[in-house]
Ligand binder design. Sequence first.
Ligand SMILES: Nc1ncnc2c1ncn2[C@@H]1O[C@H](COP(=O)(O)OP(=O)(O)OP(=O)(O)O)[C@@H](O)[C@H]1O
Ligand SMILES: [Mg+2]
Ligand SMILES: [Zn+2]
Length: 455
Amino acid sequence: MAKVKSKWICQNCGYETAGYLGKCPECGSWGSFAEEVQTSLKPQAITPQGFLNDAKPSLLSDIKIGEEVRISTNISEFDRILGGGLVEGSLVLIAGDPGIGKSTILLQTSGELCKNNKKVLYVSAEESASQVKLRAERLDINSNSLYIYPQINMESIRCEIDALNPDIVVVDSIQAIYSGTITSSAGSVSQIRECCNILMQIAKNKNITIIVIGHVTKDGSIAGPKVLEHMVDTVIYFEGDKYKSYRILRAMKNRFGNTSEVGIFEMGSKGLSCVTNPNELFLNERSQGSIPGTAIVVTNEGTRPLLVEIQALVGTTPYPTPRRVTNGVDTSRLLQILAVLEKRIGLNLSKQDVYVNVMGGIEVDEPSADLGIALAVATCARDVVVDSQTVIIGEIGLSGEIHPVQNIEKRLNEAVLSGFKKAIIPYANRVENDKIEIIRVKRLIDAISACVSGQ
Ligand SMILES: Nc1ncnc2c1ncn2[C@@H]1O[C@H](COP(=O)(O)OP(=O)(O)OP(=O)(O)O)[C@@H](O)[C@H]1O
Ligand SMILES: [Mg+2]
Ligand SMILES: [Zn+2]
């Protein structure tokens, strides 16, 4: 009989100890340890595709590359972030908030894959077959090579995969399935790790593409150990504002493509549809005319520049310490920009609350948005406006200097396409474009004067 032993495992990062610990020495989180009883069954070795147990070192120049087979999902935005389609025999993790549409997009993808003559097994561990059928009817998915399998036991899933031999397997979700070889409950770190391990073996040994859904915890990371992200080939985050219709797919890690791409979708009653011109979507929400405290920035999402509106609100605080609230922008980034505004421009914000919001529910984490954020705050505080036909591009340094940004030509072209007439850009970005008026600025103060001149 297998020996039974118990371990304490950090549910945040997967760190293991023999006894309880209050604080995790690995990731620093408190109270994250849970006891998990485990049978010491030897984990089977994973033999990834093309691996031989008796492999010998060989010269790089002698190695022959097998052709990487890509399966198109027929969903252009999804294919793009995957780097041109699903790679055969890969394990893909899709993570997102509850209700964001993970099951929807994967059911749609399954339907599309069936159209390409692929056999798909959809393992539904959270919903009954009839619930999935209802969704499929709503999404108009009708296929005779799509199998729905309501099951939570990993061993049964493995048997069915062996029996059915599908091309693609979808597991909805990794937190809901469990393996009988481990006694801890479904969703615990050991279970997630074990099940992911088994799925990885199946994917590599049988050359089946497996897509796994993962839930996200409150702080935005995938529930379960970080090892999950290390084990899979591709990690895709499904983001978006639940109360708005658009959704963004973003590759966090991809062993078969770059991770700078994003895919943009719109959620409707017929499911998710690709958005080919996102700027229209993000800007049509825009406030009409110029109002103080708004600025349009051009961020770079993968190969595609996105125009987004930054809104700021500055007002006298009723609190002893003024509030700094951000939505879509990193708070520490805002604090740094505010510090520069105070020190270099003399804008006194010590008694003011500052709110900054990125319209469209998207995250702007690129430094090129600094100048736009600074101008939104400064114009709101001084009650002047940034001309609504102007885009703002530039990174701000601590002494108030404006640093150049990458891909300036592409950003400007996108602004031209969306009908903007003027661009404020870093001085060091020497670029010409006769379709848009370009103002190159060296310092923050110059950008502010450029904005408010003529008012
Ligand atoms: N009848 C409907 N018409 C339009 N949209 C719907 C309808 N039913 C559901 N939706 C949309 O689908 C979303 C739920 O999608 P889905 O079940 O795919 O999400 P999920 O990420 O799998 O959720 P969970 O975390 O619960 O598994 C809802 O938030 C809603 O926006
Ligand atoms: Mg779901
Ligand atoms: Zn930890």
